[in-house]
Design a binder for this molecule. Sequence first.
Ligand code: DPM
Length: 378
Amino acid sequence: METKSVVKVGSRKSQLALIQTNTIINQLKKLNPNLSFEVISMQTTGDKVLDAALSKIGEKNLFTRELELALEKKEVDFVVHSLKDLPTALPEGLLIGCIYKRDSPYDAVVMHPSNAGKKLEDLPEGSVIGTSSLRRAAQLARKFPHFKFENIRGNLNTRFRKLDEDNKYSAIILAEAGLHRMGWPDRISQVLDKDTCMYAVSQGAMAVECRNSDPFTLSLLSQIHHPETVIQCVAERAFLKKLEGGCSVPVSAFSEVKDGKLSLTGGVFSIDGKQGRIEYACDSLPESIEEKEKPTVSPNGPREFAGIVGSEKVSIATLEVAQRVGLQVAELLLNTEAKEILANAKAETAAAVIAEKQKKDAEKMKNEAEKPQANGIS
Ligand code: DPM
């Protein structure tokens, strides 16, 4: 096996991405003091297209493609992602080599300074809540039909500025994990429980992507693979994969590992939140999740579950149960009206993507037509 003394790590340039990358590197450094790590940061399409709603840009791997190309070209050895931003189908040859212990998976409310100390239930009718997540807007519209939900884009710093300075939004909704990582826990007014807003598949978990043909990096990463998180995320991702959902559909999840059992609740909602369906499945895990087993490595590389490596930390039998629970919840939903709700939500988002593109093209043409002739050639 090829060994390395310097490990190259790809990262997005955003502050949150760099914080996450450094968290993983620091853990690995502690365990491998002789290794050094070099961070190579780059911009992704998602970082460049800040003015359009995420769900309307119409690409699944918006924040990951450039980094994955660097992996494929061996310019970097691994890339740290928020797992919820990673599509359920990864490019050929790439794989999630580890998932780090999950932070809070829940969503949190950040209030406009004039609403400090309040909760969502205290806000008046017509209050504008900023979120670009169809999942958050749909679920919250069920509970708070008297609010207006409007898109807010940009990285977390930009959103805070828009919230505090524009006086348009009464509150915005963000992942609690991101707020903690950025060092803003004191701006959290309220954490949303699963009966108000179930989280996104794999929210709060950081995943490290690498090449499946790179045993050195795979073995390095396996040191920080977190069994309970892996089990939950395999179930949640298998669920999302079966529904063929990306970040552009209102699909949500809630999972637990307790008393040797894994349970998963999954929800599908219409864009306006008026329709929705929730299903649940549970199964016993085959053994204590701490028990280790040698990985089953085939000539095609390690086995994977919804893109996640099956490695020595969690047995294949355990991951098979997790995957089955995920598929079961998806199948239960697809046997109900959720199938149509989901199909309609996808069609609505696809239409919005086309409308957004047409609007952009029209603006571009208008700007070009209005441009003064550059050098007098007529
Ligand atoms: C995805 C969604 C959002 C991110 C959609 C969703 C939120 C989009 C928005 C798939 N990725 O959650 O329904 O509000 O415009 C993202 C965040 C984090 C990772 C920030 C956030 C940090 C938390 C984590 C954006 N991706 O959700 O507030 O690591 O899970």
